[in-house]
Each structure stands twice: as structure tokens, then as C-alpha cells.
Design a protein around this ligand. Structure first.
Ligand code: AMP
Length: 606
């Protein structure tokens, strides 16, 4: 349960697309969605947070100093949130991250940075909360009022744990999360509001971003957005394509210079930035050049990459995307011919090979590119936020979202088998119960809840271990324990466990959840820490602004005083040269001129 924050902003609810590489904020105003730009005019903000000896940077400012400060600049946190430290994907990502991640209590990953001369550790939820605070600030400065209510987007394929962790990040940021929305569903709203068709439309949303990949098949009819199936990979996106290119060039650098840069985070970061740029270039041309002066030990690096080679390096990943589309269509029980529109969302859908594979899969069908791939998700989130806040605009009137659970949820049975309680693609919210028997002589029991599609729990994702103790002794030979799975509209599971035989005494069973999730107390502590960091940031900002003002004033005064000094010197020289020869009116004119200049200095001094 997320603690409530107290502060209530009067402003409209906002929608935040919390992306792996960048984030976007939007608001529903005057009957339409507006994407909110920051004070520099940027409509998306890098999802990066940096720490230095004196201050914290979030967004563009963090991104701008990344090459100088790679070990204390945190990015890709969406790839970490809601995952265990031992998760193979975390272990794999850590190899390419210049910042340090350690194994915290209960297999929880902790990000370690140097901040103001001290080592600080942060959970992924805390770093995410900092990005959310920044997005809220961008919105508030545009709206001119405080706003707390927010809908945050999550990949459709996010697990229960990742969803809960994202919600906790919102709470740490002091936001009131009125709902989460799956990214492809949000994009479908943007599509639906844009196209406005009266007939039933089947759309496939293909959403390939910086770090996550989702496919959803929806039927849109008279304002009802019904998700038929969803599939994806919460760990596949542009970052992976960049990493493949980085590995290629690390090898190339070894060949060219017999030097290995793979152990140097700063140099790797520099190379990765160049690779990401080259990847974008390859979306419009067939060849891209990488040139980095003194990349390593005074050796410059220069090389080229063709679009063909880039496609070869990522061939298996692109094929995986196409296979996921086929799986989603199978799950939706729809033939590809019944899809009216294939909608491209996310920056990585600009890659020509990705588009080509999709088009081939749909027998040459034109792909829908009329929706802005970088803004559609925030657009849909803002519309949902307005809907949940009760905006009665006609476009939102009959809007109904029917989303699904992306992964099957179940319990471990004997022999490590997975017993599915809620199959994947079940419409949410939903509630299902399962009765378990336990021998009476055991006052303790352990219930393990998993998500995933494999038959053995070993191959699925453990959501939680629930240790039950204080089970009341039963009259019969075995005791029946009811396990109730309750998934809310945000896709988050609430599990309640009680003794069926002694129904009223359910409270006597103590349930211990696992340690990876944040407790209410920990969230409260993080809320406090977040406030402290924000106050420190504001104090630092005030200090810098005051220093700059003083410096500006001192320099201005110095130049004005010099100007006045010059005029005084000139007047004295003139007096000496003219001696008594000049007329009274000339002396008076000189006096007027000097007084005027001295007076303007006094005015400037105010
Ligand atoms: P998103 O999460 O939707 O903001 O997508 C970000 C990802 O899109 C990053 O990995 C970018 O490198 C990638 N991206 C953006 N523009 C292009 C492009 N023109 N070609 C290839 N990838 C791109």
C-alpha cells in the first residue's frame, strides 16, 4: 500500500510516459491533449540523473555532463526497477553500465554513486522518483499551478513487481498516482482519438522503445478499447542495438590499436554515445562514420558501419520482434489479415529493418506512421488521467479501457509444477481463488506465487514467498487455506490468504512477504530523503543564482565605474588644456555632461 502524500495540487491531472531513455509529459486541456515542452522547448527529457561533488542534475543537464561523469550518471533505471539483483538481465546490463550496482538486502539492487563527496546508495525506485519529480516540474511550470494527480505509463509486459515498484516511485516523488496505463494501450488511445472511426477497428500496436518491447492487439469500437492480447519483452530495445554496435567497435579498436577499452567505463560511454548517433544515421542512410579523438591512451578512433552490418549484428533481436508479433496474433486468435492498422510506436521503430520485417509479416501492408512515435504514449496517458479525474469532454465520455494481464499467475504445486490461477491475457481487474490443503500437524506453510508461461516454476518468475505461521489447528486431518488472487486495473496483484475452515479467524495467520519489495516504512523514509534532496537542490540553485547575480552586478559596476573614471579623466585633461580660455557656457555644458554620466551610474547602482 502506497502512503498518501497530503499535498493536493489544484492543477489538472497529467500523463507521464516514463521511458527507458527519455520521458514525456502531457496534459488534457481545452478538450485536447497538449504535449508539454520544457523551458528549452524540448518535448522529451532524458531519463537520466547525475550526481556531482556539489549538486544533482536531472534530465538534459544530467545527459550533458555524462561523458565527464559517467560513473555517477544513472540511466536505464527502467531496466532495473522491480527486478532482483540476481536477475540474469540485471547481471548482463551491469556489464555495460558505467555506474555501480550492488547487491542490497533481500536481493535488491542498489545504485552506488558519489554525491557531495560521500558514497550514496539508491534504489531504482528512488532514481525513478527523481525523474518523475522533474517531469512534474516541467508540467507545473507550463501550467502555472501545482499538480499531483498523475497517470504513469508502464510497458504492457511489465511484471507485477515492476508495476508495484513504479507506483512506489510515484509515491516517493510525492505524486498521487490515479492509475498506471500500459504503453501500447495509451498509444491506442492516441490512435483512436486521432482516427475517429465509427466502425470496429482491429489494431496492432508495435512499440519498440529504448529498453522495452510491447505488442498489443486491440479492438477499438465506439470508444471502447479492448486489448485482445499482449506480448513482448520487458528487456529489449534500442539500448540492446547500441550495445551490439559497441561490442563490434570494441573488437575493431582492438584490431586497429591492440588496446582493449572494455574495462574503461568513461571510454565505453563515449563510444556508446557515438554508436547511438550512428544507429540513428543508419535509419536514413546506408553508411555511418564513427570518429572519436583520443578515445583511448591518445589513440584516435575512426571507423564506418554499413546498414547491412548493423542489421546483421542485431538479426536475432529483430527476428525476436517479428516472432513476438506472431505470438500476439495467435493469443488474440486473430489472423493477420483481420488487422486494419499496424501502428508504430517508440523511437526504435524508425529502424528500416524493423519496418521491413513487419511489413513482410503483414504481406506488404502499409504501416501506420501518422501517430508521433515519441509522444503517443504520453498522449494516451494524459487522456486516461483526464478520464479518471472525471473530465466530461465528449471525446472522453464513452471511453472505456479493457486491458489484460500480460503474464499467467499461479502457485507452485508438488514437484515444482506451476498451477495457473489467472491465465495470461485475462481481462483486468479480475479475482480468482484457489484452495490449498495443508496437513494439520504443520503450523507453518510456505506459499510461492509465480508469473510466467512455463510448466515448471523454476523457469518462471517468483513473485513472492509467503510464510504462513500461526495456522490454527484444525479438527479434521487437513486444513484448507484459501489463496485469493486479485489483480487491479493497474495490473497489480493483491494476494490474500486465509484459513477456509476457520474463515473468521483469517487474521490469525501471519503472512510474511519477501524482502525485495519496499515496505511502507521504507517508502516513507525515501519520501523524506526525496524531500531533503529537493530542498538541497533548491538551496544550491538559489546559491548559484545569487552568486551569478552578484558577479553580474560587480562586473557591470566595474565597467560603469571605468566609464565614469574615463569621462572624469577626460574632463580634468580638458580643464588643464583649456585652462581659463573656454566660455562659461562651455564649462556649463561639460558640467552637464559629467553630471549626466555620474547620475546614470547612480541609477545603475540601484
Ligand atoms: P523511446 O523509448 O521510444 O524514446 O525510444 C528511444 C530509442 O529509440 C533509443 O534507443 C533511440 O536510440 C532510438 N531511436 C530514436 N530515433 C531513432 C532512429 N532514427 N533510428 C533508430 N533508433 C532511433
Amino acid at each position: 500500500m502506497v502512503p498518501s502524500m497530503g499535498r493536493r495540487g489544484a492543477g489538472p491531472a497529467i500523463g507521464i510516459d516514463l521511458g527507458t531513455t527519455s520521458s514525456c509529459v502531457a496534459v488534457w486541456q481545452h478538450g485536447r491533449v497538449e504535449i508539454i515542452a520544457d523551458d528549452q522547448g524540448n518535448r522529451t527529457t532524458p531519463s537520466s540523473v547525475a550526481f556531482t561533488g556539489t549538486q544533482r542534475f536531472i534530465g538534459n543537464e544530467a545527459q550533458n555532463q555524462v561523458v565527464m561523469n559517467p560513473t555517477n550518471t544513472v540511466f536505464d533505471v527502467k531496466r532495473l526497477i522491480g527486478r532482483r539483483f540476481s536477475d540474469p538481465s540485471v547481471q548482463n546490463d551491469m556489464r555495460s553500465w558505467p555506474f555501480k550496482v550492488i547487491d542490497g538486502q533481500g536481493d535488491r539492487p542498489l545504485i552506488v554513486v558519489q554525491y557531495k563527496g560521500d558514497e550514496q546508495q539508491f534504489t531504482a525506485e528512488e532514481i525513478t522518483s527523481m525523474i518523475l519529480v522533474k517531469m512534474r516540474e516541467i508540467a507545473e511550470s507550463y501550467l502555472g499551478c501545482a499538480t499531483d494527480d498523475v497517470v504513469i505509463t508502464v510497458p504492457a509486459y511489465f511484471s507485477d513487481h515492476q508495476r508495484e515498484a513504479t507506483k512506489n516511485a510515484g509515491a516517493i516523488a510525492g505524486l498521487n498516482i490515479v492509475g498506471l496505463i500500459n504503453e501500447p494501450t495509451a498509444a491506442a488511445i492516441a490512435y483512436g482519438l486521432h482516427k475517429r472511426s465509427n466502425s470496429e477497428t482491429n489494431v496492432l500496436i508495435f512499440d519498440l522503445g529504448g529498453g522495452t518491447f510491447d505488442v498489443s492487439v486491440l479492438t477499438i469500437s465506439q470508444g471502447v478499447f479492448e486489448v485482445k492480447a499482449t506480448a513482448g519483452d520487458a528487456h529489449l530495445g534500442g539500448e540492446d542495438f547500441d550495445n551490439r554496435m559497441v561490442s563490434h567497435f570494441v573488437d575493431e579498436f582492438k584490431r586497429q590499436h591492440r588496446k582493449d577499452i572494455s574495462g574503461n567505463p568513461r571510454k565505453l560511454r563515449k563510444l556508446k554515445i557515438a554508436c547511438e548517433k550512428a544507429k540513428r544515421t543508419l535509419s536514413s542512410t546506408n553508411r555511418a562514420t564513427i570518429e572519436i579523438d583520443s578515445l583511448f591512451e591518445d589513440s584516435d578512433f575512426s571507423s564506418t558501419i554499413t546498414r547491412n552490418l548493423f542489421e546483421e549484428l542485431n538479426d536475432d533481436l529483430f527476428t525476436k520482434c517479428a516472432d513476438t508479433v506472431k505470438k500476439c496474433l495467435r493469443d488474440a486468435k486473430m489472423d493477420k489479415s483481420s488487422i486494419h492498422d499496424v501502428v508504430l510506436i517508440g523511437g526504435s521503430t524508425r529502424i528500416p529493418r524493423v519496418q521491413q520485417l513487419l511489413q513482410e509479416l503483414f504481406d506488404g501492408k502499409e504501416l501506420c506512421k501518422s501517430i508521433n512515435p515519441d509522444e503517443a504514449v504520453a498522449y494516451g496517458a494524459a487522456a486516461k488521467a483526464a478520464m479518471l479525474r472525471g473530465d466530461d469532454h465528449e471525446n472522453l465520455h464513452d471511453m472505456l479501457l479493457l486491458d489484460v494481464a500480460p503474464l499467467s499467475l499461479g502457485l507452485e504445486a508438488g514437484g515444482g509444477n506451476m498451477v495457473v490461477v489467472i491465465p495470461r491475457n485475462t481481462v483486468v481487474p479480475t479475482k480468482k481463488e484457489r484452495v490449498l490443503s495443508t496437513p494439520v500437524h504443520k503450523p507453518r506453510a510456505c506459499i510461492k506465487v509465480y508469473e510466467g508461461e512455463r510448466c515448471t516454476t523454476r523457469d518462471n518468475n517468483l513473485l513472492g514467498r509467503f510464510e504462513l505461521c500461526g495456522i490454527p489447528s484444525a479438527r479434521d486431518s487437513s486444513l484448507e487455506i484459501n489463496v485469493c488472487f486479485d489483480i487491479d486495473a493497474d495490473g497489480i496483484l493483491d494476494l490474500s490468504i486465509y484459513d477456509k475452515t476457520m474463515g473468521k479467524e483469517k487474521n490469525r495467520i501471519t503472512v510474511t512477504r519477501d524482502m525485495t519489495r519496499l515496505s511502507k516504512e521504507e517508502i516513507e523514509e525515501m519520501v523524506w530523503r526525496a524531500k531533503k534532496y529537493k530542498e538541497e537542490d533548491e538551496e544550491h540553485k538559489r546559491k548559484i543564482e545569487a552568486k551569478n547575480e552578484l558577479e553580474k552586478y560587480a562586473l557591470k559596476m566595474k565597467s560603469s565605474v571605468k566609464k565614469v573614471e574615463g569621462v572624469i579623466e577626460q574632463t580634468i585633461s580638458w580643464l588643464e588644456a583649456t585652462n581659463q580660455e573656454a566660455e562659461a557656457k562651455e564649462f556649463e555644458a561639460k558640467m552637464k555632461e559629467l553630471k549626466g554620466i555620474c547620475y546614470s551610474l547612480v541609477v545603475e547602482m540601484q
